[in-house]
Design a protein. Structure first.
Length: 163
């Protein structure tokens, strides 16, 4: 199975593609989609969703795993990210690619075993799990790869519980 992981953001949206056979992970590619701050919001959101569609097609993604919206006190900073998530959900819905949303807590738990893990701990575990020589850069790409691992881990656990 080929999973596209997404760490959504308006300025920087991280993406990662991982193949998973039920036991073994194989990193395929990762990167970041950047949009300029001065550009029209509608164009930025469209560009992100469209570019992610191209990534999914290029690598043959069968499923999408994406970090869900999270905010504590400042909801205004979450609104642009929510718009990006909505555009991504719409785009992949149109092309029939299922999207699974995970909270930051779920992702950290799946990758490190600790829901309150620090960012560097998650990045280090992404490196270890995917057998990479170094932590993926930029951070948003590493987070997107963590989203892939979270989906695969969740899928693997579900299949074990059904036995």
């Amino acid at each position: 199975m080929v999973v596209l992981g997404i760490d959504p953001g308006l300025a920087d949206t991280g993406w990662g593609v991982v193949s998973f056979d039920g036991q073994h992970y194989r990193p395929i590619s990762f990167g970041v989609i950047k949009t300029p701050a001065g550009e029209d919001l509608q164009k930025r959101v469209y560009t992100i969703a469209s570019d992610l569609g191209e990534v999914a097609a290029k690598y043959g993604a069968e499923v999408v795993s994406m970090e869900d919206i999270f905010f504590t006190k400042n909801i205004t900073s979450a609104i642009p990210v929510a718009k990006v998530i909505g555009a991504i959900l719409f785009h992949f819905s149109e092309i029939g690619l299922p999207v699974h949303l995970f909270s930051p807590l779920q992702i950290k738990t799946a990758v490190t075993g600790m829901g309150r893990a620090e960012k560097i701990q998650v990045q280090e575990m992404v490196k270890v799990i995917l057998h990479l020589k170094s932590i993926p850069k930029p951070d948003h790409a590493a987070d997107a790869l963590a989203d892939c691992i979270c989906y695969c881990s969740t899928l693997s656990l579900k299949s074990k519980l059904e036995i």
